[in-house]
Write a protein that binds this ligand. Structure first.
Ligand code: PHE
Ligand code: ZN
Length: 881
């Protein structure tokens, strides 16, 4: 483990490397405890660099066995190899030379899961961001592009399958039951895209013929016996390949495309050139083991990694500050893919919910950073919702500003101009400016300024003059180390909704640039006057969530109800009702804190009832509209002095109120939506299940709730329904025998399937109330739990710390003490995962004072532990700062 050196990396310090590595030949002789890696690197001095300039390579935890320059063994005095680097004091004065380095590593003891490690007996690698230096000494930075040839040698019994990047080359037998395979990747790539897999795996095979008629052999490798579970992923892969050709004109470029699923993986998946490595959670699925959400995630992540082949691999990042160049853009691409494959409005609502749940709290707390950060201590901690999700929103805004056609021209120019390069955000933006003739300089601030902008708006209608005025003001709250903010360019899609629900037209507009239904907010204040507006409109602002902002818009409930019923923009309809529910819950929690009871206007339950019945709306949409805002969403809206118990109570009361008022109608709809027993993972079927399961959650609070839920559990023919019923039972009726019986039945059926057991752990960890701390502690001792596996950790502890408001934030601080203990324990094996778990307390300052103090104590107890990793101390220090 690398302990913290406190070193800070700064964007402005970038300079090109003195040396380049145009060719990299690697040879691996694999064995669990002692793998020998021979790297033959063609080193080229960059033009203009003085001959003899020392060569400084990165390394991490390597044992150096041998060094040669141009085939000549080096003396000890000619180099030094302290723990984190290799320095060749006086490289040959000529332009190019060959440096051969032999290192020894131990995959079996690599618990950090970075570099070469073993998962279930399979050798695999993870090199992004800085894992390659744990394999050999190298210029381990993304602007060093090299052509790789890789030879892998292993015992055939242990590893019949030998994979690396690019296209397959020679293979052959060796003495003592060993064999080898050679792979060659013709596309120059940075070291973080290197990958190797060796092991004994099953596979499914398929083929894709590209737009120019080339056949690509596709394979997905999984544990033996699980081949059938990879068919959905394969289907998603072929659809992704086709979509990227049709929508972005991007064709695949190698003869093979391989995906390997492993069970120990720190993140979701990795886009290594021609050899994507996946967390098996995002590959394996059938109706009995995966929920509809799992299917949707698999489709999105398969697409995401595939799309990286162009946005990330063919064009990579100059340095890690540019991470959003590949990630934000690729998330944007996978969002568009899912929108095209499924329902665009439903996908948009889901995206916004995710953004608000993960990115907004980040942007509004101590870990806030710009989409393109300017400094970092540990780059692993910058694979964030801001870089990914807000990064995608920024690309989406470029499309909104430019329009689809100019946006596509900008993308074409980007692919054309920067193919084979390591680029920057400036390079990217320039392509859109050139392709559209627009000035994006103010817009660029979205990449540079942290924080969620706020738009406040008021409106007035002058019936006599037929004029409608909108007063809009933007503000950007301060964030860590950025106290003063500049004014942003915020594209707000909008409509003036008339009494019949249609958008009203207007004759003219004064005050700012309004173009094609978009207000371009650029100044602090805009007063926009629409003339020739025949009737009094209700303004619908930020339609489609065109900008990732918070909106303060004073609007009467009756106007919100009107928009929830009639807005032509489906996102805004959803938003209007969601705002009604949020405001009602906030008001309820205030009354509860004041010693009273939550009360709700009857119109809320009425609208909910009407939504269920409205057959003009997609079922998936109705399900989302009826889903009440989460406790964390409500806490975020309140902002400070949070008491999670009051929020829980208010939200619970709201759900009960809606259910009570609509009980018969909900029950009838619930029965109408019953399963016909035939399963399809497609959006329409998933939508039916989603709506039925939301209704179940409401009905569970009514009189025969436990019976309905346990019947639902018992008759479920797929994991979506089964897991939904289990969650309802455990979250709403955990004291009842029905809940305990269901937990037991689930465990008996799925005890041997770790991915399914993750749901069982997560559902229990999400149970509200003061008893969950103890339950989580008990579950950590369950034989199916393992502290070594990131998926198990995320299911149990990740869910509890980041997804359970009332359980984790128990008033006596027991949750926080478990947090400190767990984070420190996990850190000993896997600092990266520990650091991620530790973000569970990032919003501690918005808690009420007593909890705040207890949370602070837990954070300080971590901070004062000796020898912390760079990953963890970076998060904890920033959280406490
Ligand atoms: N680059 C991966 C992705 O977004 C994420 C990742 C980062 C995976 C670091 C592993 C390690 O697709
Ligand atoms: Zn990615």
């Amino acid at each position: 483990m690398r302990t913290d050196t406190g070193r800070v990396f700064r964007l402005e310090d970038y300079r090109p490397s003195d040396y380049l590595i145009p060719r990299t030949d690697l040879s691996f002789v694999l064995s669990p405890d002692s793998t020998i890696v021979t790297a033959r690197l063609l080193i080229r001095r960059r033009e203009g660099v003085a001959p003899g300039t020392p060569l400084n390579l990165d390394g991490d935890g390597l044992t150096l066995r041998l060094v040669e320059v141009d085939g000549k063994l080096l003396e000890e005095t000619e180099f030094s190899a302290p723990p984190e680097s290799f320095v060749l004091h006086r490289p040959p004065a000529k332009d190019e030379f060959v440096l051969t380095i032999v290192t020894e590593i131990s995959p079996s003891t690599n618990t950090a899961l970075m570099g070469l490690y073993r998962s279930n007996g399979v050798y695999c690698t993870q090199c992004e961001a800085e894992g390659f230096r744990r394999i050999t000494y190298f210029l381990d930075r993304p602007d060093i592009l090299s052509v790789y040839t890789v030879r892998i040698e292993a015992s055939r019994a242990e590893a019949p399958l030998l994979l690396s990047n690019g296209n397959p080359g020679a293979t052959g037998e060796l003495p003592d039951g060993r064999h080898f395979a050679v792979w060659h990747d013709p596309f120059p790539k940075p070291s973080y895209l290197f990958a190797l897999v060796a092991g004994d795996l099953g596979a499914i095979h398929d083929e894709f013929v590209t737009m120019s008629g080339r056949a690509v052999a596709l394979a997905i490798y999984v544990e033996h016996g699980k081949e059938r579970l990879a068919t959905y992923a394969m289907d998603a892969l072929k659809r992704s390949m086709k979509w990227d050709e049709e929508v972005f004109g991007r064709e695949y470029d190698l003869d093979v495309f391989n995906i390997v699923a492993v069970s120990d993986f720190n993140m979701g998946a990795m886009e290594n050139k021609g050899l994507n490595i996946f967390n098996d959670k995002y590959v394996l699925a059938d109706e009995n083991t995966a929920t509809d959400a799992d299917f949707a995630n698999i489709e999105a992540i398969i697409a995401h990694e595939y799309f990286h082949n162009w946005t990330g691999n063919r064009i990579t990042c100059r340095d890690w500050f540019q991470l959003c160049l590949k990630e934000g853009l690729t998330v944007y691409r996978d969002h568009e893919f899912s929108a095209d494959e499924r329902s665009r409005p439903v996908k948009r609502i889901a995206e916004v919910r995710t953004l608000r749940a993960h990115q907004f709290p980040e942007d509004q707390g101590p870990l806030a950073h710009p989409v393109r950060p300017r400094r970092y201590r540990e780059i692993n901690n910058f694979y964030t919702a801001t870089v990914y999700e807000k990064g995608s929103e920024v690309v989406r805004m470029i499309r909104t500003i430019l329009g689809r056609e100019a946006f596509r021209r900008g993308m074409d120019l980007y692919f054309d101009r920067h193919d084979g390069e390591a680029a920057t955000i400036e390079d990217f933006l320039k392509c859109f400016e050139e392709a559209s003739g627009r000035d994006l300089s103010q817009f660029t601030l979205w990449y540079h300024q942290a924080g969620t902008p706020n738009i406040s708006a008021t409106s007035a209608y002058d019936a006599a003059a037929k004029e409608f005025t909108l007063e809009i003001e933007q503000s950007l709250p301060p964030t860590p180390s950025e106290s003063r903010k500049r004014l942003m360019h915020i594209p707000l899609q909008f409509g003036l909704v008339g009494p019949d629900g249609q958008d009203l037209s207007y004759a003219a507009v004064e005050g700012t640039a309004v173009e094609d239904g978009v207000i371009h907010v650029r100044k602090r204040r805009h007063s926009i006057r629409f003339s020739g507006v025949e009737e009094r409109p209700i303004v619908s602002l930020n339609r489609g969530f065109s900008a990732p902002i918070t909106l303060s818009l004073e609007q009467k409930t009756e106007h919100r109800v009107f928009l929830a019923r009639h807005d032509s923009d489906p996102f805004s309809r959803w938003q209007s009702f969601n705002t009604i529910l949020t405001e009602a819950t906030i008001a309820g929690s205030k009354r509860i804190l004041g010693g009273g009871e939550a009360e709700f206007e009857p119109v809320i339950a009425e609208v909910a009832g009407a939504i269920v019945e409205n057959e003009n709306l997609e079922r998936a949409f109705r399900a989302l509209a009826l889903t009440p805002p989460g406790e964390a969403d409500i806490a975020r809206e309140i902002g400070s002095n949070i008491d999670p118990d009051a929020i829980f109570a208010a939200r619970d009361a709201l759900v009960r109120r809606i259910a009570e008022a609509n009980r018969d109608q909900f029950l009838a709809a619930y029965h109408r939506l019953e399963d016909n027993g035939l399963f399809s993972p497609e959006a329409a079927s998933a939508g039916r299940r989603a709506l039925r399961n939301v209704l179940l959650d409401y009905l569970a609070t009514t009189q025969d709730g436990p019976d309905i839920a346990s019947a639902h559990f018992g008759s479920a023919t797929n994991m979506t329904d089964r897991a939904a019923a289990l969650a309802v039972l455990v979250h709403r009726h955990c004291e009842r025998a029905e809940a305990q019986d269901a937990l037991h039945a689930f465990e008996v059926t799925h005890g041997d399937d770790p991915l399914v057991m993750d749901k069982w752990f997560a559902i229990q960890a999400a149970a509200p109330g003061p008893n969950t701390v103890d339950a989580v502690q008990r579950l950590a001792a369950h034989p199916r739990f393992s502290i070594a596996n990131p998926n198990r950790l995320r299911s149990l502890f990740g869910t509890f710390f980041s997804g359970n408001q009332s359980g984790f934030h128990r008033a006596d601080g027991a949750g926080y003490r478990l947090f400190a203990e767990t984070v420190l324990e996990v850190e000993k094996r896997n600092p990266q995962v520990a650091a991620r778990l530790a973000t569970g307390l990032r919003s501690w300052r918005s808690l009420e004072p007593k909890r705040q103090e207890l949370a602070r104590e837990a954070l300080v107890s971590i901070a004062s532990t000796k020898g912390l990793s760079a990953d963890l101390s970076d998060i904890i220090d920033r959280t406490l700062a």
